[in-house]
Design a protein around this ligand. Sequence first.
Ligand code: SF4
Length: 510
Amino acid sequence: MNILLVYPEMPQTYFKLDNILKILGKKMSFAPVGLLTVASMLPKEWNKKLIDKNVKPLLDSDVEWADLVMISAMNAHVPGIAPVIEQCKKFNKKIAAGGPLFTHEHLKFPEIDYFILNEAEITLQPFINDFIAGKPKKIYSSKEFASVTESPLPDWSLVNKNDYAYGTVQYSRGCPYMCDFCDVTALFGRKPRVKTPEQVIAELEILLNNGKFENIIFADDNFMGNKRVLKSELLPALIEWRDKHKYAPAFSTQITINVADDEELMQMLLEAGFRQLLIGIESISEESLKLMRKNQNTGRNILADLHKIQQRGFLLMTGYIVGLDDDKETVFRDQVNFIQESGVIMNIINILKAPPGTELYDRMERENRLLPEFDFVESRSNIITKMKPEVLASGLAYVMGGVYSPQAAYERYMKYFGLEKKSKVRNPIQRKITLAEIPTIFRIVRYLTFDKDVGKHFRKLMFYVWKHERQNLDKGVLFGMIMQHQFEQWKRLEKVLNEYPVNTVIEKVA
Ligand code: SF4
């Protein structure tokens, strides 16, 4: 039996980091670790081939080879699904699909033959049994949540690790919070389920074999969802593992702002190797946070928290939303000021969207405010916002300029460097530059130094780093790449947003 596993193309968004990938010579940020895990659950005697369309094209010959095509997709993949279906149907191939997109929206894909919904640990085996017996059903679903301690190791042999900037591990599923725009709890429940330290370390060992990753992302929706077990089991094991490995990668993950309340947890994260954290701030308005039920962000000084986390030694990426029901026209100016004051290097700004399966989606449906198309592109939304579209468009363009312009990025980096760093970490992450990497670094620095748009600010940045932060030269180069990426993102979205004729917000708040 020949099984072709297909991961559809991702649309261009900030999170795809395509400009940074281009400079680094990588094809994609992360490998499709969910699909690699599914591959491990298939019968050993089946032949498997995986095509990640973000890395290489899906050839007709791949499709012809297959007895069955399996697609996995998230909501963000919507625009990439139709081309895969069309190519498979040209050769009359049967398609089985799973993952969050189909779990919420399988009815929108009548051409797909079988749906393996919810968690594959529960629904895949019954499908396999029926498929072998020649009587597969249309839909396999479950109301139960799987025990992730039974998840097999992802089959990394199906991809070329060198294509990806980050290695990927998933430790937990589920989140105790109930943010109304997020589908995590609908998909995975409010009680986070975690893998054992042995499972996680086995996955790390695979990632470090044959083709090392400098950076590994823990692809959890909320890494500290089960804080007690994290602190008592996984982090001590990771610290011990790092003690043994002289050369271990830096880790990154998604976490909630209340990590700032727990000094011990932050220190453990650092000792375990975590350096980059993604935190959803969403709004700087207390009323909006309450409305979206982002309760963990309310009643606190978020700016002080962001400074504190960075002072401990973490690099942050933060996420914001505009176009919330409570947003006034001044929100754009206030958000730019807040982000610049935060000193956070990377910031993702989105228009409010209602992903299928969320509480917000249901509310928008009840209020008759849903639009038919949903995708994750920053400048689009699937809801009728209370703010007029032209005001929102010009406001978003204003925020982009205020945060993503090279000058704004430079000012923010200076703010970041100005924050007094307080942490002492045993086993600091040693970035060893190999001889083979020197031409790449030289190429990146030359590219950024002479770039017509960011060159001036990159040179200023490197001059500052050379003079005051010489131990952070690698950060200077990284920040330069981010500066360039943000600039490209700004220009790309500005083009889209300029379709709206009125620049009312900018006039009012500037
Ligand atoms: S904290 Fe994050 S993962 Fe949890 S519900 Fe909110 S947005 Fe979703």
